[in-house]
Write a protein that binds this ligand. Structure first.
Ligand code: NAD
Length: 497
């Protein structure tokens, strides 16, 4: 019998009373390893009631005590790092190394949340008028919620709830129904770290559970990460309901390769950035833009991609795992066929990929197209599979025009030995996260994760100072203390201080 994933409501891990369960499968075998409940109306109501009550006490807990919960939490996450990564690898199919990276990038955010006292500091100005001072505080908002995707089941929940909770809020997490075991383990360790009852709730399910959070008047702020159509839906419905919303969406990330770059570094970096994690990363490089003579490296890149193979999470020779579901595999293979029909040169074909002993896995081999044009479906769509598209241009200006015409703006990178070219690219490119000789420029938590255009809807981004702004209200105080009655000089009829 497969494991029934519990809900976390009011500090207890409880079995849902729902009759609607979603199977969680091992994508390398299709074996059902667990079932996730679609939380019922009364379970969702209970989660909100508990989050409301917990907020009244949690917001009064001194900030250094809140920080200490995060210190204990990051220590526990480190202690259980490999065990979490193993659960994560089994339900996502990621290789163990990659799964460990997913957990680690989340732990870094918790370490950052442990610095919450200094992050919450407000501003002060003395003597804004005679004997009058002004200062500001950041105060928590109340109940915040987060809806997360399948592709980083540790890192992305950890982008959200530790910072929101460290700010003094309570939080309701609705993880992806495709890999709920990892977020559930994160929640267990959070409770073990001493998080008071009700500060974090975990509700599982799909659209109905998301709609509940979008419509509930007491949910003040909502963080979302996932695909573009769902991000747009969430941003529209959430803001229509007067909530603060940040919605991180899909991507089409370009890497510009200048002819003066180091060829071997370019090839090594492009292989990992394009097909690593089976291309199921919002920061994966999916388009390689070869400038001028750099196109001569395309055959060598094709050879390097042919050497890479997928495999099971615990196969040390495997470079990446299966796609998350048979539907995802079917969709990616269909896009590959479409690219071929549209006239792109299929130099490496990953369709029909097989892995010894695992005939039912959602395998797609590394795939590489050259001669890709902007009107082809494989260029326009986020493939979210191990597929790299190469395109050729004659100059850096042409490369910039191509990247800037793309509707997405999550990440990009340039490989060059020329500082002036790198400076020009960094300055002129209309993308929120830029790598210079770095293929996947995901910022560390003291910065923020800053996608642009169709890759992000909202204004304040994830983690860093921006997340603290997102999860708090600012209160400004203007104060005067009278020294004696002489200060009271009669009614002041103007708005001057
Ligand atoms: P998804 O949009 O299918 O699902 C994300 C979440 O939304 C899940 O929790 C799911 O249950 C919920 N959901 C799905 N359909 C819904 C609907 N109709 N109404 C309400 N809620 C719904 O995304 P996914 O397939 O899990 O994740 C992959 C996508 O996420 C890719 O597009 C990837 O680029 C994107 N992503 C973006 C970032 C970023 O930071 N920009 C990071 C990671 C992933």
């Amino acid at each position: 019998m497969s494991k029934k994933v519990p809900l976390l409501i009011d500090g207890e891990f409880v079995a849902s009373s729902t009759s609607n369960w979603i199977p969680v499968t091992n994508p390398a075998t299709q074996e059902v390893i667990a079932e996730a409940p679609c939380a019922t109306q009364s379970e969702m109501d209970a989660a909100v009631a508990s989050a409301r009550e917990a907020f009244q006490t949690w917001k009064e807990v001194p900030v250094s005590e809140r920080a200490r919960v995060m210190m204990r939490y990051q220590a526990l996450l480190k202690e259980h790092h490999d065990e979490i990564a193993e659960t994560l690898a089994q339900e996502t199919g990621k290789t163990f190394e990659d799964a460990k990276g997913d957990v680690w990038r989340g732990i870094e955010v918790v370490e950052h949340a442990a610095n919450i006292p200094s992050l919450l500091m407000g501003e002060t100005v003395e003597n804004v008028a005679r004997k009058i001072d002004s200062y500001s505080y950041t105060q928590p908002m109340g109940i915040c919620a987060g809806i997360t995707p399948f592709n980083f089941p540790a890192m992305i929940p950890l982008w959200m709830f530790p910072l929101a909770i460290a700010c003094g809020n309570t939080f309701i997490l609705k993880p992806s129904e495709q890999d709920p075991l990892t977020p559930t383990r994160l929640a267990e360790l959070f409770v073990e770290a001493g998080a008071p009852k009700g500060v974090l709730q975990v509700l599982h399910g799909g659209k109905d559970q998301v709609d509940f959070l979008l419509d509930h008047p007491e949910v003040r702020a909502l963080s979302f990460v996932g695909s573009v159509p769902v991000a747009q839906y969430i941003y529209r419905r959430g803001t229509e309901n007067m909530k603060r919303v940040q919605a991180f969406a899909g991507a089409k990330n370009h890497c510009v390769i200048m002819p003066d770059a180091n060829k071997q570094q370019v090839i090594n970096n492009l292989v990992g950035a394009s097909v690593g994690a089976a291309g199921q990363r919002c920061m994966a490089i999916s388009v390689a833009v070869f400038v001028g003579k750099a196109k001569e490296w395309i055959p060598e890149l094709a050879e390097a991609l042919k050497q890479v193979r997928p495999g099971a999470w615990n196969d040390e020779g495997a470079s990446y795992g299966p796609l998350i579901s048979p539907q995802a595999k079917k969709r990616v293979e269909k896009l590959i066929s479409q690219g071929e029909q549209e006239g792109a040169q299929l130099l490496v074909d990953g369709r029909g990929c097989e892995v010894d002993g695992l005939p039912n896995g959602n395998w797609v081999g590394p795939t590489f197209f050259a001669g890709v044009k902007p009107d082809m479906e494989i260029y326009k769509t986020e493939i979210f599979g191990p597929v790299l598209c190469a395109t050729e241009v004659e100059s850096l200006d042409e490369a910039l025009a191509l990247v800037n015409a793309n509707p997405f703006g999550n990440g990009t990178s340039i490989f060059t030995a020329n500082g002036a070219a790198a400076r020009k690219y960094q300055h002129e490119v209309e993308v929120g996260q830029v790598g210079i000789n770095i293929p996947i420029p995901v910022p560390l938590p003291f910065f923020s994760f800053t996608g642009w255009k169709n890759s992000f809807f909202g204004d304040l981004h994830a983690y860093g100072k921006q997340a603290v702004r997102f999860y708090t209200e600012t209160k400004t105080v203007t104060a005067r203390w009278f020294e004696s009655d002489i200060d009271a000089t009669g009614p002041n009829m103007s708005i001057h201080l």
